[in-house]
Design a protein around this ligand. Structure first.
Ligand code: NAP
Length: 245
């Protein structure tokens, strides 16, 4: 494919994934971008001399076809994910919970299993998983998402032990508020409600998060950055932020 080391970014059609694809290309990686909206990935791939491959992390056949298209892989960024809804547990929508667990948890599991042989064969593999501060905390009305992000984090952190002695690093990136399509997806296309999430605060940009992913990915191979928590200055926790009037 290229003489540059290959990086795979899932959920690269928007937000943090798109910015990460750009940052990794700048850092010298050949980037394979995966998402369902492959047309958007193709535009970014053209810009950074990478490749776009359609990927639905909830579909085993799609993941198998994706992995077959990536014979060499040095870095996997498990970024595809998101939230659906913001309701108390007693009003939980089972379909929304299923979507969150399928995408964030099983999707990460499936892609990681599919690409781990290539990562190990590279002799210097690296798995970066984008979880969230929702993997550290609970917050009211957020149990579906915090539950899924905790489970995704457990999968990632368990691998850190299980893969000891193998040539692969593991980095978990845990962002707070980042302005992306995340809230539009969470609120089912309600742009006004989504904008309210970022009102009165300067959120992180996708590029801010991509910077730390590229930093972790470009350390010498004996250096494992285990976790990076990154939040806007005015955010202390998921439920506690200073907002300008
Ligand atoms: P975003 O702009 O909505 O991007 C989400 C990405 O995930 C899109 O590229 C989407 O692509 C992809 N995706 C969703 N379902 C998928 C599927 N079934 N198969 C493949 N790709 C899928 O949101 P974002 O903020 O950049 O989110 C990226 C990650 O950061 C997520 O894991 C999210 O939970 C996490 N995060 C976000 C924030 C925040 O405040 N924004 C904070 C902490 C953590 P397609 O729709 O084209 O498939």
């Amino acid at each position: 494919m290229s003489d540059r080391p290959t990086a795979v970014v899932t959920g690269a059609s928007s937000g943090i994934g798109a910015a990460t694809a750009r940052a990794l290309a700048k850092a010298g990686f050949y980037v394979v971008l995966g998402a369902r909206r492959v047309d958007r990935c193709a535009e970014i791939a053209a810009e950074i001399d990478g490749t776009a491959v359609r990927l639905d992390v909830t579909d085993p056949e799609s993941v198998a076809a994706f992995a077959a298209a990536v014979p060499d892989c040095r870095l996997l960024v498990n970024n595809a994910g998101g939230a659906k809804g913001l309701e108390p547990v007693l009003q939980a929508d089972e379909e929304a919970w299923r979507w969150m667990f399928e995408t964030n948890v099983i999707g990460t599991l499936r892609v990681t299993k599919a690409l781990l042989p290539a990562l190990l064969a590279s002799g210097d593999g690296h798995i970066v998983t984008v979880t969230s501060i929702a993997a550290l905390e609970t917050y009211d009305n957020g149990a579906g998402y915090t539950g899924a992000k905790h489970a995704q984090a457990m999968l990632h952190r368990t691998l850190r032990g299980e893969l000891l002695g193998q040539p692969v690093r593991l980095t978990e990136v845990l962002p707070g508020l980042v302005e992306t399509e995340f809230s539009v997806v969470r609120f089912d296309g309600d742009e006004e409600r989504a904008a309210g999430v970022y009102r009165g605060i300067t959120p992180l940009t996708p590029a801010d998060v991509a910077d730390v992913i590229a930093f972790a990915a470009t350390r010498p191979s004996n250096v494992n950055i285990d976790q990076i928590v990154i939040k806007p200055r005015n955010q202390a926790s998921a439920m506690r932020a200073h907002r300008e009037p």
